[in-house]
Design a binder for this molecule. Structure first.
Ligand code: HEM
Ligand code: HEM
Length: 234
């Protein structure tokens, strides 16, 4: 086998995205479309054959999906952070930072759980902000490869934006249902149509990153390559 244990760990995040994330996205989009067509047909008095459950099913899967996306980002970020901590001797150099980061992972997960429980607008706002801040703080660590000079094709920036959009979707659910004028519904449709496009792009950007990451035992050799002129030593 050409892979070492640490290389297998890199595969965990892409595999989870492919097996759990993207199939769920397909179901959610289909249910979203049905929800919309059903609502418009009923509003215009047309005959409707779409089941009434499409909206609540979209919501039920959507709530799970948001956790899956936050989880995927945490696994992706955790990969960079904890591999430096464990494999490159980071813990002995900066123990305090890694202990704080471990708490940050836990705090982000707890904030997300509390966001699901919160009913009042204020608490939904607070826990959504805390969850989002947790992901951003973890993403700002020096170990994370951000591709900032090419932010428009960066798997990191797309991932962070998608995570924020999914947290926001959970936070505004009661507003979508309470708003008679459909303003929150329209906000949701616009933002999550953008999210859908970003999710599709994210699959390409992630696959590209996977192609660019060398296997652990090839790293020192690949590191000698000139990435600007795209040549490696003979
Ligand atoms: C990329 C993913 C998503 C897309 C493309 C999407 C899109 C849509 C669309 C088109 C509708 C129908 C709006 C209409 O009635 O015209 C809708 C409804 C809704 N969405 Fe999403 N959505 C996504 C994810 C989510 C998530 C993650 C949540 C919650 C956590 C969520 C919660 C809702 C709710 C509560 C409704 C109203 C359903 C009803 O009328 O019963 N959506 N969404
Ligand atoms: C729901 C979709 C996805 C989200 C929200 C997401 C999010 C993230 C985030 C936030 C990171 C950490 C930042 C970074 O290192 O760039 C990351 C890393 C990564 N992602 Fe994704 N990702 C998704 C799907 C995918 C897919 C489909 C693949 C590959 C087929 C992939 C491959 C990778 C790779 C290779 C890394 C680097 C891990 C490392 O540094 O060891 N991602 N992802």
């Amino acid at each position: 086998m050409a892979l070492n244990l640490e290389d297998y760990y890199v595969l965990l995040h892409p595999a989870l995205a492919i097996v759990i994330g993207f199939p769920m996205l397909g179901l959610i989009v289909r249910l979203a479309w049905q929800t919309r067509i059903r609502r418009l047909k009923i509003a215009s008095g047309e005959r409707n054959t779409i089941p009434a459950s499409s909206g609540s099913e979209h919501l039920r899967l959507g709530r799970w999906f948001s956790s899956v996306v936050v989880g995927l980002s945490l696994v992706g970020l955790g990969n960079s952070i904890f591999s430096t901590m464990v494999l490159k001797g980071g813990f002995s150099k900066e123990p305090l930072r890694y202990i704080l980061l471990s708490f940050m992972f836990l705090a982000t997960i707890v904030s997300l759980i509390l966001l699901y429980q919160a009913k009042a607008k204020l608490w939904r706002g607070i826990f959504a902000t805390l969850t989002g801040m947790g992901v951003i703080l973890l993403g700002s660590q020096p170990e994370v490869f951000r591709r900032t000079d090419e932010w428009y094709i960066s798997h990191y920036y797309y991932g962070i934006i998608l995570t924020m959009l999914m947290i926001f979707s959970v936070a505004i659910v009661p507003d979508i249902y309470q708003d008679r004028k459909n303003r929150w519904r329209n906000v949701h449709i616009i933002l999550n149509t953008i999210a859908l496009a970003l999710f599709i792009a994210q699959a390409f950007l992630g696959a590209r990153d996977l192609l660019e990451i060398p296997l652990s035992w090839q790293e020192t050799f690949i590191g000698k390559c000139d990435f600007t002129h795209k040549v490696c030593p003979k």
